[in-house]
Design a protein around this ligand. Structure first.
Ligand SMILES: [Ca+2]
Length: 309
């Protein structure tokens, strides 16, 4: 059985990523929450709601550990305009569950100790929690088997600035630490996943009439409208869910190459850019598996399998 931590700035795509993990019967040891999409208390509430729902629907309750509420160095901004006030549109979720008292960073270090060589870290979020865990205990690099990152760009098309992707832009200092520390990182870029949006399939999904498909339509409606209106997309994107599918199903990443990738953390117009040395001009050891193409058919099979459950 595979062992995961899912690190979330909990909006719609984070929630469905958790569902996809549980649907595929991997062990999810924790939801660790980090700064990002919406206000931190809303992210924690969304994670608790997702945990409570998962207990009923998948028979698995996953504990929620609040972590870093801000980036390592510089401030950031939330993006309620993209995901809605509640992170799932303007709806709000609530739960009777309470978050764990232990800090997410301590939990990451502990779980890495408990499952050395087995633990996989799914970072569909800014990388502050993982960078802090590394700064606290450098041995997590050897103990954490895989780090799956939704973040960065491969062609320089950003979403929060002209050239930077949101997750990396929020905490480029943390991303720089994680990318340069020796973790086995696989990166799924924003300007890759935008080519694999849910377009006419939206109507098909509406027609499925299952509990999860109805929730999908409700949760993604705001994000879909934003993406189609302001981001020139044909449908709603799945940055987190595609990264999760890449982690779970080896068919989904169609082309992956390892390059040296650095992160720009200057206070400048290119802050948060993933600098990919495609030609090896820096002569540095490649450090990141960069996903360059995706198999939409395989991803759709995985998505439909979840929504039909
Ligand atoms: Ca996310």
């Amino acid at each position: 059985m595979r062992n995961f931590i899912i690190d979330c700035d909990t909006a719609e795509d984070d929630i469905f990523s958790l569902f996809m993990l549980l649907h595929n019967k991997v062990k999810v040891h924790a939801i660790t929450v980090v700064e990002g999409n919406v206000s931190f208390p809303v992210e924690v509430q969304n994670a608790l709601w997702a945990s409570e729902f998962s207990k009923r629907f998948f028979g698995e309750e996953v504990k929620v550990y609040p972590g870093m509420e801000r980036p390592l160095v510089k401030d950031f901004k939330t993006v309620e305009n993209v995901h809605g006030k509640g992170g799932i549109g303007d709806l709000t979720l609530s739960s009777n569950l309470k978050p764990e008292g232990k800090h997410a960073v301590d939990l990451i270090v502990e779980l890495a100790d408990r499952y050395p060589g087995e633990l996989e870290f799914l970072a569909i979020s800014p990388l502050t929690n993982l960078a802090m865990a590394y700064l606290k205990d450098r041995t997590v690099v050897e103990k954490i088997k895989k780090v799956w990152v939704m973040g960065g760009t491969i062609n320089g098309h950003g979403n929060i600035t002209p050239v930077a992707e949101y997750n990396v832009w929020v905490d480029p200092d943390a991303a720089k630490i994680v990318f340069n520390s020796g973790f086995d990182v696989t990166m799924v870029a924003w300007d890759l996943i935008t080519q694999f949006t849910i377009n006419e399939e939206w109507e098909e999904i509406k027609g499925l009439k299952t509990e999860l498909s109805e929730m999908y339509v409700k949760f993604y409606k705001h994000y879909r409208e934003f993406a189609m209106t302001y981001q020139k997309m044909k449908g709603n994107p799945h940055p987190d869910l595609i990264t999760t599918a890449v982690a779970l199903d080896e068919r989904v990443a169609k082309r992956v190459e390892k390059f040296y990738v650095d992160v720009e953390n200057c206070d400048c117009s290119t802050r948060g850019v993933t600098v990919i040395d495609y030609l090896g001009v820096l002569g540095r050891e490649p450090n990141v598996n960069v996903v360059l193409d995706l198999n939409k058919k395989a991803f759709l099979e995985d998505l439909y399998s979840l929504l039909r459950r």
